[in-house]
Write a protein of this length. Structure first.
Length: 129
């Protein structure tokens, strides 16, 4: 039995935010991969943020899925960021091929934001849709 869940939400500026919680094991891989593919190929928001603040750990399959999301996003003109990961997960993501500029706010706790249940995108360079 898995202890992981994945929430999907949209900020007021149109950024789509995916928040995995808990530990992502192999049995979560299909759900996460299908969610990312649907978002990147069909919905195609201007930005996708994978908010990893509540991700405790992940296996190699899910690590590869997150790394591939950056490449797939580039193919479909969707900017993908991975925010608020722990330093150890950030290192593993970088080793798996995630460009360092896509890893933001490493080890930084979240601040409250009323429009998205505690998520805060602190990058003022992001425009609106």
């Amino acid at each position: 039995m898995s202890d992981a869940t994945v929430d999907v939400d949209t900020t007021t500026d149109g950024t789509l935010v995916i928040q995995p919680h808990g530990t992502l094991h192999a049995e979560n891989a299909v759900e996460l991969r299908q969610t990312l593919v649907r978002v990147l190929r069909r919905i195609r928001p201007l930005r996708l943020v994978l908010d990893l603040h509540d991700l405790h750990d992940l296996d190699g399959i899910n690590l590869g899925t997150l790394a591939t999301a950056c490449q797939l996003g580039d193919d479909h003109q969707v900017v993908v960021f991975l925010d608020h990961s722990s330093p150890s997960i950030a290192e593993r993501l970088a080793a798996a091929g995630v460009p360092r500029h896509r890893l933001r706010h490493i080890g930084v706790p979240l601040q409250g934001r009323p429009d998205l249940k505690g998520y805060e995108a602190r990058d003022s360079t992001l425009g609106t849709d």
